[in-house]
Design a protein around this ligand. Structure first.
Ligand SMILES: [Zn+2]
Length: 130
């Protein structure tokens, strides 16, 4: 668990937003940020975001639910959400564990994801479809 990224402390309830500000999330991170990673599946390799995951109940869309668009592919388990206005990926329901949401670490308020240095790549090959 990361308690701080760069000079930004991870708050117990940390906000995250898309670029235009239409969508705001509140993510419950009582112990800090779970291990950030990248994924090499056919979708994530194009998206390129650094992600971390929390139990689904710990991520709430507090503004802009109607601005969110959803993309699913393959087995239609994962749901990738992005802002319909600015196009930024905010979070997704994970195909490997639908009880969890992954989210875009770069959307966290005050966080520069490049302060993380090298980020491990998770093997998304098992769900590399369509
Ligand atoms: Zn937006």
């Amino acid at each position: 668990m990361l308690k701080q990224i760069g000079t930004t402390p991870i708050r117990r309830d940390h906000r995250a937003s898309c670029h235009c500000g239409a969508v705001i999330l509140e993510i419950h991170l009582p112990d800090g940020l779970p291990t950030p990673h990248r994924c090499d599946c056919s979708f994530c390799k194009r998206r390129g975001a650094i992600v971390a995951a929390v139990p689904a109940a710990d991520l709430k869309v507090i503004r802009g639910k109607s601005a969110l668009l959803k993309y699913s592919f393959g087995q239609q388990v994962a749901e990738h959400f992005f802002c319909g206005n600015c196009g930024i990926y905010t979070h997704h329901r994970r195909s490997t564990n639908p009880q969890e949401f992954g989210f875009n670490v770069g959307c966290l308020e005050g966080v520069n994801p490049y302060d993380l240095g090298e980020v491990p790549v998770a093997d998304g090959g098992a769900w590399q479809s369509p």
